[in-house]
Design a protein around this ligand. Structure first.
Ligand code: FAD
Ligand code: FES
Length: 279
């Protein structure tokens, strides 16, 4: 059996600076060893640890879909590890271990509308989800796909080129919004994600909502989803608790009896209602 603490080597193929503040970068990674690639099976929602000798390791949601040739991570520079990662350029090698955790409920979503609600740089695993759902062999299994994605300002939206392509598609309704325009012109909506969700008002009947964003967005989004008729068991959120091992051994990430790394990071709102409100 493979040692779950042992990272596999990954080569950085591409680095994209995502935002005006230049503290969000997307890293496209290739497996150094073909056999590691063959063994890497995941679904959107899962995460992996990236590591750099001397700088440690940290968990990140996988931002690419399984069919994509490179494994993508979008990382905000906040501290020791993320600063070390931001300093690396294409050609450098990092370690990766995973995939860990569960994924979004793709089976439950079949035959239903999918409503994706996201704010800020938490969009990563939902970007992977959209890319996965839009594959022709998957797209036919789902109803309407609506994605509402917001950021503080237009310059803070991730994956700008891809969003432009997605806006042209007839099989995805993409609604982009920003908190404040401060008088600047922008063809999309101005407004906070929960308010935009309320205005777009997708029906909660026969629909699943996937929600990812900062805690304040989550707090204000859930009552809107409830009003729209989404039952707690049809709303899924991804949590980002502090983690050490990622495999349910160290107890660093627990919420009540659940380990976010192993039982999550994706939980239904119905599950979260039964847990202590520590998330
Ligand atoms: C399942 C999961 C998925 C994640 N996905 C992403 C992702 O896709 N992109 C991304 O940029 N980040 C993601 N994170 C958060 C990321 O792991 C942390 O930002 C990272 O560990 C910080 O490491 P550091 O050494 O740079 O920061 P440190 O030097 O350890 O800390 C710097 C600052 O960041 C704060 N911090 C550290 N970890 C966290 C955390 N988990 N949540 C909130 N604040 C934290 C610390 O309190 C401190 O203020 C994810 C976390 C989890 C658990
Ligand atoms: S991170 Fe160790 S138990 Fe979850």
């Amino acid at each position: 059996m493979n040692n779950p603490y042992l990272p596999v080597p990954m080569r950085i193929e591409k680095v994209v600076i995502e935002n005006d503040a230049r503290d969000l970068k997307t890293f496209d990674l290739a497996f150094v060893n073909e056999s590691d690639w063959q063994n890497f099976k995941f679904l959107p929602g899962q995460f992996a640890f990236l590591s750099i000798p001397g700088a440690g390791e940290a968990p990140f949601g996988i931002a690419s879909a399984p069919h994509e040739p490179l494994v993508k991570f979008t990382v905000k520079r906040v501290g020791v590890f993320t600063t070390a990662l931001h300093e690396l350029e294409p050609g450098a090698t990092v370690g990766m271990r995973g995939p860990w955790g569960n994924f979004y409920p793709f089976e439950l979503m079949q035959g239903k509308d999918v409503v994706i609600v996201s704010g800020g740089f938490s969009f990563t695993t939902l970007r992977a989800t959209i890319a996965h759902l839009l594959l022709p062999e998957n797209r036919k299994n789902y109803g309407r796909i609506l994605a509402i994605y917001g950021a503080r300002s237009p310059g803070e939206l991730l994956y700008k080129e891809e969003l432009k392509e997605w806006e042209k598609r007839s099989d995805l309704e993409l609604v982009l919004c920003v908190d404040r325009l401060n008088g600047a012109s922008w063809p999309q909506r101005e407004g906070l994600v929960p308010n935009v969700l309320k205005a777009v008002a997708p029906k909660g009947e026969n629909a699943i909502a996937l929600v990812c964003g900062p805690p304040v967005m989550l707090r204000y989004t859930h009552p809107v989803l409830e009003e729209l008729g989404f039952a707690p068991e049809n709303v899924f959120l991804s949590l980002e608790n502090r983690m050490k091992c990622g495999i349910g051994k160290c107890g660093h990430c627990n919420v009540g009896p659940k380990y976010v790394c192993k039982d999550g990071p994706v939980f239904s709102y119905a599950q979260l209602l039964k847990l202590p409100p520590e998330y």
